[in-house]
Design a protein around this ligand. Structure first.
Ligand code: FAD
Length: 351
């Protein structure tokens, strides 16, 4: 187990932001992870779990406690059942499942970070979410101090949410199990219109697995959603805001504001989101509230490729980023009466 003191956290995050941790520990086996967590809990030391740091906004003051990097490795395929150690690099694991001819996560290619973080916010993109393939999550329960196995149902997955996100101090994910599909080398039915269009097929069709993965990677790269150290548009946490889910009443009020501001002919994006609820698009709201791609003049700006990604242009602080995020939240609220919520996890700061 590697241990450093007063260690900068910025290099461990894709934003490249945040001050130092009092103590930084890197664990490479499940037993090391559990030992480090128990040690922190026994001494009452605050604990921050870090995978790939691609969904973290760490405050400029850093973290007064132990930051634990989960760097375990393990990729096991047994028929269509896949088990990943929490520290496995997610995008590499996806590439291997595609090579193995198995469907179910091919549209989640190019998402940075670790396998262990995928259940935390029920990672999703291009019509797939890990909640559709995860069968079990093996975790260390900090309350009972035991290893537990949670079924898919017990994970309480919903849009960019789970039991783990709801109760962030309780579970340390050690292993994630997924059930994939052998469709003879074909992808799962494509759910996302943009992917189907790019492939020249209809939503619901299947295509060769590598074609689905390659197309998603191309679409993502065009939006700055594939990590590239040379490209400041990817110094981000991907989407900074979740798509708002509104009750029917709230959606009607929002629609009225849209008509008032943009005219009768303009229809806001609306997707069914369970009984009595509608999901709309955060990117649309941000754009229509006057924040275009590339917005900003400071060291933190909106991505030049995607309205939903806030980015560090190289010299930003976390405070610069938060100032921009607050400006966007206030602007959207003022324009449409909808409050955007941040998707990345904040450490020592809030919006
Ligand atoms: C360019 C870019 C594109 C992205 N695109 C997408 C996308 O399309 N869809 C999407 O859903 N997300 C996307 N993201 C967000 C991010 O990649 C995912 O949320 C990813 O799963 C985070 O993984 P991570 O290992 O980097 O987590 P981290 O950022 O290290 O941690 C995130 C949270 O999970 C906790 N955590 C980490 N590991 C564990 C563990 N083992 N046990 C318990 N808690 C843990 C952390 O404490 C923290 O609260 C994108 C990010 C970037 C930078």
């Amino acid at each position: 187990m590697q241990e450093l003191h007063d260690a900068p956290l910025a290099p461990l995050t894709t934003f490249r932001l945040g001050g130092p941790a009092d103590r930084l520990v890197t664990a490479t086996s499940d037993d090391e992870v559990i030992a480090a967590v128990r040690e922190a809990d026994d001494s009452g030391t605050p604990l921050l779990l870090i995978g790939g740091g691609s969904n973290l906004v760490v405050g400029d003051k850093g973290f007064a406690g132990t930051a634990l990097v989960v760097a375990t490795r393990g990729f096991t395929l047994d028929g269509t059942l896949l088990e990943l150690a929490a520290g496995e690099v997610w995008s590499d694991a996806v590439a291997r499942t595609v090579e193995a001819g198995l469907a179910g996560v091919e549209c989640l290619a190019g998402i940075p970070g670790s396998a262990g973080a995928t259940p935390i916010q029920n990672v999703g993109a291009y019509g797939q979410e890990v909640s559709s393939t995860i069968t079990e999550v093996v975790a260390y329960d900090r309350t009972t101090r035991e290893r537990v196995t949670l079924t898919n149902e017990q994970c309480a997955f919903s849009y960019r949410h789970s039991r783990f996100k709801a109760d962030p101090e309780r579970y340390v994910v050690l292993r994630v199990r997924y059930r994939l599909e052998d469709a003879g080398g074909l992808s799962a039915p494509l759910k996302y219109a943009e992917t189907a269009r790019a492939l020249g097929v209809e939503p619901g069709d299947r295509v060769p697995l590598d074609a689905a993965r390659d197309t998603v990677l191309k679409l993502r790269a065009g939006k700055g959603m594939v990590l590239d150290p040379e490209d400041h548009d990817t110094w981000s946490a991907g989407s900074f805001f979740t798509n708002p889910i509104l009750t029917d009443t709230a959606f009607a009020a929002f629609h009225a504001r849209v008509r008032e501001r943009l005219g009768d002919g303009v229809l806001p994006p609306a997707y069914p989101a369970g009984e009595g609820h509608t999901k709309t698009s955060a990117a649309w709201l941000i754009d229509k509230a006057g924040f275009a791609k590339g917005y900003g003049t400071g060291p933190a700006r909106i991505s030049t490729k995607h309205t939903l990604a806030l980015t560090n242009r190289g010299a930003a602080t976390t405070e610069d980023l938060l100032a921009l995020a607050r400006e966007v939240v206030a602007g959207v609220h003022e324009a449409f009466g909808v409050t955007l919520v941040n998707e990345p996890v904040t450490v020592g700061v809030s919006l």
